[in-house]
Write a protein that binds this ligand. Structure first.
Ligand code: PEP
Ligand code: MN
Length: 340
């Protein structure tokens, strides 16, 4: 439910409401507004009526309304204005600027990641991506450089000045990944790994949540809710293509998910045209389309030598092609009334 405090309600009144919510077995989440605070209270839906009545009569409370959507904290019912997620002092996602994350699928060597980091930075990327822990379809495929890869990522950050987004594949390695990453990525195969979602929900790092390849939009928002209900509200959603009957592309980029999500949630939404298409030929076109559809950013795979990449070579752009894409992208961000 949503508890709307009166404008100018006393601090003590708010504290009493928070205490009462906890006493009733609910978890409060304070959302600071410009004129008043709103408290989202989430818990056992069956007890909803009792809790609403108990809180509505308290001092400082203007109104209490139930949240109708199954996802609560992610929903626009709780927060109407867009969330801008802070990544570093000078970078946020969800504002007017379109944010581009670029880099290889996997970290392979010091030379590869540093060369790529410098190239994508020069082309105008805002974050460096690269997997140190790789969830692969085959147990015989390269599984990533793990901690060694994280150390190389840190070197690449130093060399390029770019913040890092990298994947976390299980709760056991989440703390170590969080020591290095500026954004924790949850991949498509883990998008409903609820123990992992709860774990990153307890960490103090923004989370990039990719849509499961067979997940509905509603299920994606429920996964975001898992993270947020643990206290971490810095969630960025990513449309990365879903499984359909079509085989001409690796997945089908569900472009309409972008405006649908924008209507349902205050969280930023980005698109990953690389995993969506699986083919470098289509990455630029789908990047432009995603911006037209309202995406707040893009995640694009770039490799200095795609033919010899350990993973996802066919969908990786060369630094030169990425640079050309970035130049053209500006036309689309301008048309959308956004900065790049
Ligand atoms: C990746 O970003 O390299 C990746 C594995 O993505 P996804 O989980 O979307 O397949
Ligand atoms: Mn990949």
């Amino acid at each position: 439910m949503i508890i709307v405090m009166r404008a100018g309600a006393a601090k003590r009144e708010k504290e009493e409401v928070l205490d009462r919510i906890k006493e009733l077995g609910y978890k409060p989440h304070v959302i600071h507004g410009t004129t008043r605070d709103v408290i989202g209270a989430v818990g056992d839906e069956r007890e909803k009526r009792v809790v609403i009545d108990a809180i509505a009569s308290m001092q400082g409370v203007e109104s209490v309304v139930p949240i109708l959507k199954p996802y609560k904290l992610a929903s626009k019912e709780v927060k109407r204005e867009k969330s801008e997620i802070r990544i570093t002092d000078s970078l946020s996602i969800g504002g007017s600027r379109v944010i581009v994350m670029a880099g290889p699928c996997a970290i392979e060597s010091e030379k590869q990641i540093i060369e790529t980091a410098i190239a994508v930075k020069e082309a105008g990327a805002h974050l460096l991506r690269g997997g140190a822990y790789k969830p692969r379809t085959s147990p015989y495929s390269f599984q990533g450089m793990k901690e060694k890869g994280l150390k190389l990522l840190a070197k690449a950050r130093k060399a390029s000045g770019l913040p890092l987004v990298t994947e976390v594949v299980n709760p056991e390695s989440a703390d170590i990944v969080a020591e290095y990453a500026d954004i924790l990525q949850i991949g498509t195969r883990n998008a409903q790994n609820f123990e992992l979602l709860k774990k990153v929900g307890r960490l103090k790092k923004p989370v990039l949540l990719k849509r499961g390849m067979s997940m509905t939009i509603n299920e994606l928002l429920m996964s975001a809710e898992y993270i947020m209900s643990e206290g971490n509200h810095s969630v960025i959603l990513c449309e990365r293509g879903i499984r359909t009957f079509e085989t001409a592309t690796r997945n089908t980029l569900d472009l309409s998910a972008i405006p649908v999500l924008k209507g349902e949630t205050h969280l930023p939404v980005i698109a990953d045209p690389s995993h969506a298409t699986g083919n470098q030929k289509y990455v630029a076109a789908m990047s432009f389309a995603a911006i037209a559809a309202g995406a707040d950013g893009l995640m694009i795979e770039v490799h200095p030598d795609p033919e010899h990449a350990t993973s996802d070579g066919p969908q990786s752009l060369t630094p030169k092609d990425f640079s050309a894409l970035m130049k053209k992208l500006r036309l689309f961000t301008d048309a959308a009334g956004r900065e790049l």
